[in-house]
Design a protein around this ligand. Sequence first.
Ligand code: NAG
Ligand code: NAG
Ligand code: NAG
Ligand code: NAG
Ligand code: NAG
Ligand code: NAG
Ligand code: NAG
Ligand code: NAG
Length: 438
Amino acid sequence: MNLLFVGFVAVLHFQSCKTVSGLHFKNSPGNITSSLGKPVEMQCVLMMKDGDEGEEGSPDIQWLREGQLLEFSDTNQVQMLSDDETWLVISTLRIAKVQLSDMGAYRCAVDTGDNKTKSAEGHLQLEGLPHFSVEPHPMSIIANVSLSLQCVAHGPPEPVRIIWLQDGAPLNTLDDPIALSPSRLNLTGLNKTSSFSCEAHNRKGVASSSSGVISVLPSQPQDVRAVETTNSTIRLSWSPGFGGIYAINLCTLQVKPSEEESIFNLDHMTHNQNVNIPPASHLISDLQPFTQYNVRVACRSSQGVSDWTPWVIVSTNEGVPDSAPVNLTAALNGTELLIGWAEPEGKINGKLQGYIIEYNTPNTEQGESLHGSRTRTMDPVSDHVSGFYRYESRSYSSPPALFWRWWYVVIAVAVAIGMAVLMAIFMAKWRRKETRFG
Ligand SMILES: *[C@@H]1O[C@H](CO)[C@@H](O)[C@H](O)[C@H]1NC(C)=O
Ligand SMILES: *[C@@H]1O[C@H](CO)[C@@H](O)[C@H](O)[C@H]1NC(C)=O
Ligand SMILES: *[C@@H]1O[C@H](CO)[C@@H](O)[C@H](O)[C@H]1NC(C)=O
Ligand SMILES: *[C@@H]1O[C@H](CO)[C@@H](O)[C@H](O)[C@H]1NC(C)=O
Ligand SMILES: *[C@@H]1O[C@H](CO)[C@@H](O)[C@H](O)[C@H]1NC(C)=O
Ligand SMILES: *[C@@H]1O[C@H](CO)[C@@H](O)[C@H](O)[C@H]1NC(C)=O
Ligand SMILES: *[C@@H]1O[C@H](CO)[C@@H](O)[C@H](O)[C@H]1NC(C)=O
Ligand SMILES: *[C@@H]1O[C@H](CO)[C@@H](O)[C@H](O)[C@H]1NC(C)=O
């Protein structure tokens, strides 16, 4: 019935603009409403007088969708005699499983010399349950951080309205503005791992999206710092971040030497340790003195692991030099004793600040120390490579200032000097002392 009606319209339409040759479409494609995946068939009937065939026999009927030639479509053309002098050419277009992209206006056309004869247009419409092009998928987010989810569902028929479900419970009604597809759900944050899904409603019914579980991970730990350092240990503390309703009870701590120290061994971790919290602090031991380390922390709840903090640089305190200075020399020149040495060969473990010279004479019970510098040799910066200390006997009586905060390199000087010379010096000193104080 419908087809007949369409044919009637088409005939009416084409009778007015019939070409000289008498070629015209008797039936045009009708309006069809189908649903996704169904087979669809459309038909055109061309009327042709006996003389219209031309040399090539019957003309080829072409199919156009939205004005574009369909070159690879499944078409079938048959020709039959209608009466003594009229031929009917019937072309059928088949679509096995109709897709959204097949929707549109269809028409037939046939080439007649320079001009095309075209049929009327018929529309292919699809209708059915909504289908989703964007739906929630599983992902991880950080606790209490805002997020935005999207559901997009299409008809036809439009409009499609969306209801959001969190753990099965609806979050909106069909009348809310957020319901209109495409729909975006903005959340200020989540404290609990939840499953989100959408329902799409249109005139034909309701479709459900897949559901996406959104896991809530702890936020990044904050404020990693060294609270207590010695020459071989560092106590770190940090704030573990927020895990939503899930307790954070384990953090992982990584320690590696800083870039310059680890240039040949960039990925070597000195420590990679799990620490139960609280308390959110940990003592890292077995470190090198006077060394910079990079540390970072990530924490874990039952839902997963937070991001790492950025690397934080911490350093150990200075230590004492590994070994004593070397190549000690002492030479007596009249009343002067000349002492020389070379820098220690082991690690300094800090900034070299000076040397301590200790000496004794056979007649003194305890060794006497000279800390620091009354002569040039004690400059820690320019003179640390080698030491040279001139001890003048005349100034011996006033004890040198003590430099308690210096790093003390102890040189034990055993001055083996002939007893006669020593006694001479000793007596000279005593005499002067007695004259000064006596
Ligand atoms: C087919 O549908 C179009 C609009 O989609 C309409 O303009 C046209 O009149 C319809 N044709 C028939 C034969 O129903
Ligand atoms: C093509 O159509 C135009 C008008 O649309 C007409 O003037 C012309 O004669 C036609 N040519 C042929 C070969 O039919
Ligand atoms: C959660 O986020 C809100 C808003 O951004 C903020 O006011 C609140 O302090 C946060 N709570 C925690 C525990 O981080
Ligand atoms: C959600 O946030 C986006 C921007 O991220 C904004 O364009 C949109 O209007 C928001 N939607 C609602 C319902 O607030
Ligand atoms: C999550 O919990 C924190 C602290 O209990 C609270 O400040 C925040 O408002 C909560 N956020 C949500 C989205 O419930
Ligand atoms: C580190 O310091 C302790 C005491 O503060 C000291 O006994 C130890 O020798 C030092 N170690 C190094 C390598 O400096
Ligand atoms: C110490 O003396 C030895 C032998 O004279 C020499 O080979 C070495 O280089 C000296 N060390 C330093 C640090 O000057
Ligand atoms: C020894 O002392 C004298 C006088 O103080 C000085 O002229 C001489 O250069 C010194 N010799 C050495 C090797 O330092």
